[in-house]
Design a protein around this ligand. Structure first.
Ligand code: SF4
Ligand code: FES
Length: 242
């Protein structure tokens, strides 16, 4: 990724031993990405900012582990984004996401085009060590062009934020704890009864196989899918985000 350091960047903090410039108000994650220094993340998006839910962006600073998407960059701050501990924590978080849903990649049309799967590969996740939950939430296929599989949703909130930003407010995350899930805001609770349209930003922002277009699955041959050859770390913004 070409470095995109802000022209307003003046001060620096230390990231993995390297002075890293930041602009006032930037978080550690924003400044790192702008400087071409990748920190894993699922719920941060260049257009939508952070959600704070995935926790994959953890770094070590001030003797503690922080979410870098919520940690303001400060002059002289010493940040470590790569360590054995952090790799283990991130792999555990990924395994938890796999365990909580029904992430059966061999039967998922997003395989090879999925940020969750690509990050699991990049973290050497050879197996999930948690007993899977096998949730039984039903698919919502009420929309003529779109469908939602809540058992693949990682609750990153990206589609909710995109729909809010474009003034539709078609989606919301509801429920508590393990009952949390993405819901349509229509009185019927069906996607087809919201104003969500296939042309909406929200309809194509999902980083996994949860909120999908109908009738377009399995279009890319194996070997030509987005993450077949390179991990998210080695990608440009244009390739990494949808
Ligand atoms: S449907 Fe996709 S974009 Fe929306 S919250 Fe779930 S994982 Fe995120
Ligand atoms: S990117 Fe920081 S919590 Fe998801």
């Amino acid at each position: 990724m070409a470095p995109m350091t802000s022209p307003f960047a003046s001060e620096t903090f230390t990231l993995d031993g390297k002075p890293t410039p930041f602009a006032p108000g930037q978080t550690v994650l924003e400044a790192a990405l702008a400087a071409g220094h990748y920190i894993p993340h699922l719920c941060w998006h260049p257009e939508m900012g952070n959600h704070g839910s995935c926790r994959l962006c953890v770094v070590e600073a001030n003797g503690r582990i922080h979410a870098s998407c919520a940690l303001p960059a400060q002059p002289g701050l010493q940040v470590v984004s790569k360590s054995e501990t952090l790799t283990r924590v991130r792999r555990t978080l990924l395994e938890m996401l796999f365990a909580e849903g029904n992430h059966f990649c061999p039967g998922c049309e997003k395989s090879g085009d999925c940020l969750l799967q690509a990050l699991a590969y990049a973290h050497g996740m050879t197996a999930s060590h948690f007993d899977p939950f096998y949730p039984q939430r039903r698919i919502d296929a009420s929309h003529p062009d779109l469908w939602l599989d809540p058992n693949r949703c990682i609750l990153c909130g990206l589609c909710v934020r995109a729909s809010l930003a474009e003034g539709k407010e078609a989606l919301v995350i509801g429920g508590r704890g393990i009952a949390s899930r993405l819901l349509a805001t229509s009185p019927s609770g069906l996607l087809g009864d919201t104003a969500l349209a296939a042309t909406d930003r929200a309809a194509r922002i999902c980083p996994v196989g949860a909120l999908n277009f109908k009738e377009v699955g399995f279009a890319s041959p194996i070997g030509k899918r987005r993450f077949d050859h390179r991990p998210p770390e080695a990608m440009s913004d244009k390739e990494r985000y949808t």
